[in-house]
Design a binder for this molecule. Structure first.
Ligand code: SAM
Length: 248
């Protein structure tokens, strides 16, 4: 069936791809990717032949130029599969204008759900997942980042942000200026060999020896501002522990 297929691809482990994604990559009339080599490599790993199909490049720098050809193919009823380098297209990745223009031109737009670094980090973070806000990358300059953090840290929601491993340090320092006790999770290299999750109040993470030498890809997940009121069970446990200490 014709239409635009937004294909989620692995964020590390190559086998994190859905059967439907493989079907669509196998059957699409037109293949497009943020990085054509990355998609060709993924198809090769899963034994999907190109069968004469070219993989067209579609990324932030050529979107304007590359879109017309893809929209023309959609207008002719072709199926177009689009994948970004990793994870879900459009999520801090290219594809938004393509999906918008395709929808406005009357083409069907299909999402092929799959890996997403933001949701993978949220799900293992142990932080509340009933309400969350995905913030993308923080600004890189100091003043812009502080203003940005101050604004979003006030929101009553779990916060998910992408950060370069070299900047986690600085972001934690900025966070400490505003809310040193904010429970923070640094999740790196998810689904990969060196997957690691570091968890604690911002002030503790800022002093953690692993943070300055962090490598790989990182997602930070921050708790909401006010910790939930302790539930009755927890209050009882705390009281009991205190009484035990007093009785020794
Ligand atoms: N569209 C992608 C997704 O849905 O996962 C995100 C693309 S964004 C350009 C790349 C950022 O995602 C990285 O800088 C990092 O913050 C995060 N990321 C991607 N893969 C990751 C992984 N395996 N572990 C931790 N973070 C990852």
């Amino acid at each position: 069936e014709g239409g635009l297929y937004l294909v989620a691809t692995p964020i590390g482990a190559a086998r994190d791809i859905t059967l439907r994604a493989l079907d669509v990559l196998n059957g699409a009339d037109v293949l497009a990717a943020e990085d054509t080599r990355v998609l060709r490599h993924l198809m090769e790993i899963h034994g999907i032949p190109l069968r004469g199909r070219r993989v067209l490049a579609y990324h932030d720098h050529n979107g304007e130029r590359a879109r017309p050809a893809l929209l023309a193919a959609l207008a002719q009823g072709a199926s177009v599969a689009y994948a970004s380098d990793a994870g879900t297209p459009l999520v801090a990745d290219p594809g938004y204008r393509l999906a918008l223009d395709a929808a406005e031109a009357g083409a069907r737009v299909h999402a092929l759900p799959g890996p997403s670094a933001a949701l993978a980090a949220l799900s293992l973070s142990g932080l509340p997942s009933d309400r969350f806000l995905f913030l993308g990358f923080p600004p890189s300059t100091a003043t812009a980042r502080q203003t940005w953090l101050r604004r979003w840290l006030a929101v009553d929601s779990t916060l998910i942000l992408f950060e370069s491993p070299r900047r986690v340090n600085r972001t934690l320092d900025d966070l400490c200026q505003i809310d040193p006790n904010r429970l923070t999770v640094v999740a790196r290299e998810l689904t990969k060999k060196f997957e690691e999750v570091i968890r604690g109040p911002a002030i503790e993470l800022a002093a953690d020896p692993r943070i300055p030498t962090l490598k790989g890809e990182v997602v930070m997940v921050l708790d909401r501002p006010t910790p939930a009121a302790p539930d009755a069970d927890r209050v009882r446990d705390l009281l009991r522990a205190k009484m035990d200490r007093m009785s020794v």
